[in-house]
Design a protein around this ligand. Structure first.
Ligand code: 5GP
Ligand code: ZN
Length: 112
């Protein structure tokens, strides 16, 4: 079994609060939410960082999953934020690519 936390979720060894799943994607609620809606969208295939994402179709699927989930969660019209943290200075802590979908409150810019 891999040491990667999110691969363990894909394999079913750890069970997050899943909001969407298909053959390529898993989306689940963040354990430490930074907004009323905070969902992580991940590829099932292990990709460490955004720098390693070389599959344009998969990138599009991740983004389209975010817009669909934003609609489903009722945050599409008031607005929301999507974030890829990349590597240490980007604030990445889990080295399995994930897109944060955040909403349900006013976002501020610039982020910390
Ligand atoms: P990063 O800083 O790598 O962009 O974001 C990692 C995210 O994963 C954080 O928002 C953190 O709260 C979330 N996270 C870490 N461990 C777990 C876990 O075991 N379950 C869930 N659902 N989220 C986690
Ligand atoms: Zn992984």
């Amino acid at each position: 079994m891999t040491d990667c936390l999110f691969c363990k979720m894909v394999a079913g060894a750890i069970k997050p609060d899943v909001v969407f799943e298909d053959e390529n994607i898993l989306a689940f609620r963040d354990i430490n939410p930074q907004a009323p809606v905070h969902i992580l969208i991940i590829p099932k295939r292990h990709i460490a960082t955004l720098n390693d994402l070389d599959d344009a179709a998969l990138a599009g699927t991740i983004l389209q999953t975010a817009t669909k989930l934003a609609e489903q969660e009722g945050i599409a019209e008031p607005g929301y934020r999507t974030v890829f943290n990349c590597n240490r200075k980007g604030g990445q802590e889990v080295y399995h690519l994930h897109l944060h979908l955040l909403g349900g409150r006013q976002m501020i810019w610039p982020p910390g």
